[in-house]
Design a protein around this ligand. Structure first.
Ligand code: NAD
Length: 493
């Protein structure tokens, strides 16, 4: 049956999302981008392009919002953050459907990786709000009568710029700690995924934040660029691709604005011959294909020890071929469409060039036709034998494409795993605990998963080595990322 989202579109009332939320009020945007349902290829609404005036007003409102927010007691501020978490939870089903409609994430994935992660992060960071404090600095060997201490203070106005792959997650993992540490936020979601940000802003308004503490300016990269160059922005918290991050850094250099960057990856995953193979195969396949491969930490390079290579390839093939692909609004589907036509073209380009290069297609390798032909669906695809120097092994594809290679020795696989410009995540599967520690220490990545893939507890730091970013989000590290240290030295004489 062809996909029909007409009822869901009406139910979610998406026609109101051509607006921006600035200085506590809703404004019609000056221009609009069409929003296309990735599951059907049909235009289903609009997202606004904020004007330069909208951005200036949002930053100015954030400055005065910050002063009001800072003046409130911690208890009152925490109540606002917790209220927002409760409202997101209350609207969990609606937000999951909205996210699924807008970006094509299967609704269960949108719920678990996005909406739940959002309110759980908000709750987690709210619980830190009365536990942020500095240190008394020992003045050993210096004259008596002095006192030195530090304070962790908010930056002020934080521009939070987000990509399209799991938008709701970022409203918890980035906006959450920004607010909890006392900052005001101007949120710039991706032009491909803005509806949930606007719904989040509606809920924030209901939660009772002072005017200007949260604004949402939608639109394309020009809006992000203006924010990064803006003298009124004190910190840029950016998640997205490396080429955009380079532009962000150049723009930030205008005012020497602090940047925190969460970028892409080409994450290596290693299955040793003593691993629980059934668990390793399922975890590795989902590690690559979850979110339809559109995950920064996708396990896209798989290295399998030679003696179990054929068995692993067989299990991966049957797992990938059996993954339910289809309407993202159906709870039973695990693989949805890619976010947009341009992403479909990009991923199919990698697949076609991979085939032409002589790499062997083990599973998939085609766009999904039949009833799904008008959506941006690609079969979960497995390649074997690609050249390690080829683009498939080096570039972030951001689609459901897994490359498998065999290895013999630990030293060679560690070298191959680290042979990447990226260093976001890595994984390994083994029953040998000594080897697990040794290899985990040798891998150049900000996160290493052992006998699992993809879990990021709220309390754990997350971020990348090399071209995968600067700084860490998550846990206590996020508190450092969203605060600056002030030292106070006193002469008590
Ligand atoms: P992108 O870099 O194209 O866009 C990200 C955001 O930057 C969007 O909001 C976009 O409008 C904005 N932008 C574009 N040009 C800009 C400019 N000149 N100045 C400021 N902002 C600008 O990324 P994308 O295609 O939306 O997302 C995919 C990328 O995000 C992948 O590389 C993925 O790995 C990465 N990502 C990383 C993480 C992580 O936590 N490390 C998480 C999710 C996604």
């Amino acid at each position: 049956m062809t996909i029909d989202h007409g009822k869901i579109i009406d139910e979610l009332d998406v026609s109101r999302f051509g607006r921006v939320f600035v200085a506590g009020e809703w404004r019609e945007a000056v221009d609009a981008h069409p929003v296309v349902d990735p599951a059907t290829g049909q235009e289903i609404g609009h997202v606004g392009q904020s004007s330069a005036q909208d951005v200036n007003d949002a930053v100015a409102a954030a400055r005065s919002g910050f002063l009001k927010w800072r003046a409130m007691s911690t208890n009152k501020r925490r109540a606002c953050v917790l209220k927002l978490a409760a409202l997101v939870q209350e609207h969990e089903r609606e937000l999951s459907k909205l996210e699924s409609l807008d970006v094509g994430l299967p609704v269960t994935v949108a719920r678990n990786f996005g909406v739940k992660a959002c309110y759980r992060n908000l709750e987690y960071f709210a619980s830190w709000m009365d536990k942020i404090y500095g240190e008394v600095v020992p003045l050993t060997g210096q004259s008596e009568g002095h006192f030195d201490y530090t304070r962790r203070e908010p930056f002020g106005v934080v521009a939070v710029i987000t990509p399209w792959n799991t938008p709701m997650l970022f409203y918890g993992s980035k906006v959450g700690p920004a607010l909890a540490t006392g900052n005001a936020v101007v949120l710039k979601p991706s032009e491909l995924a803005s509806w949930s940000a606007l719904r989040f802003a509606e809920l924030a308004q209901q939660a009772g934040f002072p005017e200007g503490v949260i604004s949402v300016v939608t639109g394309d990269g020009r809006v992000g660029q203006q924010l990064c160059e803006h003298p009124g922005v004190d910190l840029i918290s950016f998640t997205g691709g490396f080429p955009t991050a380079q532009k962000v850094m150049v723009a930030a250099s205008k005012n020497c604005t602090e940047v925190a960057l969460e970028l892409g990856g080409k994450s290596p995953n290693i299955i040793f011959d003593d691993a629980n193979l059934a668990k390793a195969c399922m975890g590795s396949a989902l590690g690559c294909f979850a979110l339809t491969g559109q995950a920064c930490a996708a396990a896209s390079r798989l290295f399998v020890q030679e003696s179990v290579f054929d068995e692993v390839l067989g299990q991966l093939k049957s797992f990938a071929s059996g993954l339910p692909v289809g309407d993202p609004q159906l709870k039973t589907n695990i693989i949805g469409p890619l976010v947009a036509q341009r992403q479909l073209d990009r991923v199919m380009g990698f697949i076609e060039r991979g085939k032409a290069s002589g790499a062997e297609v083990i599973a998939g390798g085609e766009r999904v036709n039949g009833e799904l032909a008008s959506g941006f669906f690609v079969q979960p695809t497995i390649f074997s034998g690609a050249d390690r120097g080829s683009e498939m092994m080096r570039e972030e594809i951001f689609g459901p494409v897994l490359n498998v290679q065999s290895f013999k020795r630990v030293d060679e696989v560690v070298e191959w795993a680290n042979d990447s410009e990226y260093g976001l995540a890595a994984g390994l599967w083994t029953k040998d605990v000594n080897r697990a520690h040794k290899v985990a220490h040798a891998l150049e990545a900000g996160v290493v998963w052992v006998n699992c893939w993809g879990t990021v507890p709220n309390a754990a730091p997350f971020g990348g080595y090399k071209r995968s970013g600067i700084g860490r989000e998550g846990g206590r590290d996020a508190l450092s990322a969203f605060t600056q240290v002030k030292n106070i030295f006193m002469d008590l004489g």
